[in-house]
Ligand binder design. Structure first.
Ligand code: SF4
Length: 361
């Protein structure tokens, strides 16, 4: 039960996913209790530090410039703004701040230097700092690690096969390469995906195979339910049923016993009972705050009430791994290399993405 298995097959995972619900929940909850305190749930805050105007074509994302979804775009926030928001998050129980920027990949230069300063600033607030900035090189990962980054998020989104139905501007191998670059440092890996994009159970299992095969497995796996946003190619997708979410959370817990499983986007569509069942099945983190990047999320007070109701305790920072040390910019060993990495541009055609981009012009 405690053994980490990195060679799951898709068939094995599908068999787990399709178990009778009560058997599935019991098995997942048992593994969860063996590896984690079931009454402790981490509260994380997701901050959009640069919003919208992204050149990518992710079919679910209102931040892709080509879809003209109705969102407020913002340039990179200042370090002071980020610090103020992090302090607010800390006072409402968050132990982790995840900063997201709508970039294809990180480019060396003043904006990245500003992000490094944000990382240093939040780490000094004794909070876990996570970044999700798109694709990064090994040197950029090392610079983030040196600044005190605790985790880097880079989602696989779906199976390799279904990924091509959602995104055409980069390849699955780019995702894996960024994760491998992060793994060369002390920064922990956060990588998960989205359900409800039209994928099959085989695709969900395929994504879990890809994640569980990473050695070591990701320390953190967010499971998102698609929030279908008007204007995006996936605007007409049906809401994810709680039963699908439960099966996905439970299966993730079983195949990655030690991982922090994050109940991420889509919580607003879930009842408290549904969320409670997800915690029982192995989810041990939520994102707090009115917005998850650009989509609505339950407000912090509602979450505090839910925690009281369920007797849940917010997780303290750094209980899974020691706080990284921050190296100041002037003492940095790793300098910007000004690399121009060749991330792929497969540019295969996804009709619904093209239609959404054209009709909104
Ligand atoms: S998911 Fe990220 S990379 Fe994709 S369009 Fe949105 S902001 Fe850009």
């Amino acid at each position: 039960m405690n053994i980490i298995k990195n060679n799951w097959t898709k068939e094995e995972i599908i068999a787990i996913y399709n178990k009778p619900m009560m058997d599935l929940l019991y098995e997942a909850a048992t593994i969860h209790r063996t590896n984690h305190n079931p009454n402790v749930v981490q509260v994380s805050t997701l901050l959009s530090i640069k919003t919208g105007g992204c050149p990518e074509d992710c079919g679910y994302c209102p931040q892709a410039a080509r879809y003209h979804a109705d969102i407020e775009t913002n340039d990179l926030m200042s370090v002071q703004q980020v610090k103020a928001q992090a302090l607010r998050a800390k006072s409402s129980g968050s132990s982790r701040v995840c900063m997201g920027a709508a970039w294809r990949n990180v480019k060396d230069g003043p904006e990245f230097e500003q992000v490094l300063e944000m990382v240093r600033t939040i780490n000094k607030l004794d909070m876990e700092v996570c970044c999700t900035l798109g694709m990064i090189t090994e040197n950029q990962a090392r610079r983030l690690a040196e600044a005190g980054l605790y985790a880097y998020n880079h989602n696989l989104d779906s199976s390799e096969e279904y990924y091509k139905e959602v995104i055409s501007t980069r390849g699955y191998e780019d995702r894996l390469e960024t994760i491998a670059n992060v793994r060369k440092t002390n920064v922990t890996v956060c990588s998960g995906g989205i359900i409800g994009m039209g994928e099959s159970i085989e695709d969900r299992a395929g994504m879990l195979v890809a994640l569980a095969s990473l050695d070591p497995q990701p320390e953190s796996v967010p499971i998102n339910a698609l929030v279908a946003v008007e204007g995006t190619p996936l605007e007409n997708q049906k809401p994810v049923e709680i039963w699908d979410m439960l099966r996905m959370v439970a299966t993730t817990r079983i195949v990655m016993p030690k991982t922090q499983v994050r109940l991420s986007a889509g919580r607003l569509q879930m009842t408290r009972e549904g969320q409670a069942m997800c915690f029982f099945a192995g989810a041990n983190s939520i994102f707090s705050g009115d917005k998850l990047l650009t989509t609505p999320n339950p407000n912090a007070n509602d979450d505090i009430k839910m925690f009281e109701l369920l007797g849940l305790i917010p997780q303290k920072p750094f209980i899974k791994k020691m706080q990284p040390q921050t190296v100041e910019a002037e003492d940095s060993v790793y300098q910007a290399l000004g690399e121009k990495p060749r991330w792929t541009r497969p540019e295969h055609k996804i009709e619904r993405n093209i239609e959404a981009a054209v009709t909104k012009k």
